[in-house]
Write a protein that binds this ligand. Structure first.
Ligand code: HSE
Length: 309
């Protein structure tokens, strides 16, 4: 038996303008998993701590993603998965993605890395399909590749690793209410106005250009969502007040993290990110709601090994 303990990071998807295509990887919040290669063939979930999730391997995102990988691997292997959840389900910071991406990454490592990081995105998407009914890759791609990622195309899958300017720091508030991705996807319109589309894809291009040229002002101007945020933000208590507080403290931009209810703010430098955290905390202290706040630099590496067991 060979085992590894890994850190499977939380991620912020969409980044305002890039619904289903942009995402980035966090460093200070994530799950741990222990993945083992065993003699007995098949994929088993042997332990889950920190959340009530299915042990049945057909219903757990981690084992479903691993089975997708093993279908292509073609040789018979035995895998056991222990999951130590720290990212709450329905938080909007890629809880299911951390499990799916972490599991396929670890299995690939234990098998001697027959697949590339980009191949693994495809397998982890099978877990996302199970979790939300939609195989979006904007959380699993940054978890697997680290940094910022762009899904240029889903058919065929074409994932691009973007550049991360070193001074960017994320502040994320997670109000302790659950918003299921499937529910917050149901409030979105499936047809959009051409004028809005033009505005939005201008911002996607601007954000990508801003990341590569380390132009923090351009990054800030591009963190704008004229399509999804107006519809989804009504599900999030105090969204507008949080956004105003973050921008007043000098955040480059602020928006819904993935499908919410978490809200992210991107700042230049840790000092501003901490001020943003204080201002957001003050807004939420008045609500009576429980919440967590995370301040994190961008995790360039993605998933990492904590221990060879
Ligand atoms: N792009 C997905 C959505 C991310 O917004 O529904 C879910 O975290």
């Amino acid at each position: 038996m060979k085992s590894i303990r890994i850190f499977a990071p939380a991620t912020v998807a969409n980044l305002s303008c890039g619904f289903d295509v942009l995402g980035c990887c966090l460093d200070t919040v994530g799950d741990e998993m222990v993945i083992s290669l065993v003699n007995e063939p098949g994929v088993k979930i042997t332990k889950i701590e920190g959340a009530k999730l299915p042990m049945d391997s057909d219903k757990n995102v981690a084992s479903v993603a691993v089975n997708a990988l093993l279908e292509d691997y073609k040789k018979e292997v035995g895998i056991q998965i222990e999951i130590y959840k720290k990212i709450k389900a329905g938080s909007g910071i890629g809880s299911s993605a951390a499990s799916s991406a972490g599991a396929v990454w670890a299995v690939n490592h234990l098998l001697g890395s027959p697949f590339t990081g980009k191949d693994l995105v495809k397998y982890a998407m099978a877990g996302e399909k199970l979790a939300s009914g939609n195989a979006h890759a904007d959380n699993v791609a940054p978890a697997l590749l680290g940094g910022f990622t762009l899904v240029r195309s889903y058919t065929p899958l074409d994932v691009i690793r973007l550049h991360s300017p070193k001074d960017l720091v994320m502040t994320v508030i997670h109000p302790q209410i659950e918003v299921k991705t499937s529910d917050s996807r149901s409030v979105i319109k499936h047809k959009i106005d051409l004028k809005q589309a033009i505005h939005q894809w201008g911002n996607v291009g601007g954000l990508v250009a801003g990341l590569f040229t380390e132009d923090y002002d351009l990054i800030g101007r591009s963190l704008e969502d004229v399509i999804i945020e107006p519809l989804r933000s009504i599900l999030i208590p105090e969204f507008n007040n949080v956004k105003n507080a973050a921008l007043n403290q000098g955040a480059l931009g602020c928006g819904i993290s993935g499908s919410g209810p978490s809200i992210f703010a991107l700042s230049k430098g840790l000092e501003t990110a901490n001020k943003v955290a204080d201002a957001i905390r003050e807004v939420y202290n008045n609500t009576g709601l429980d919440f967590d706040i995370h301040v994190s630099k961008i995790n360039e590496q993605g998933i990492r090994i904590l221990e060879n067991i």
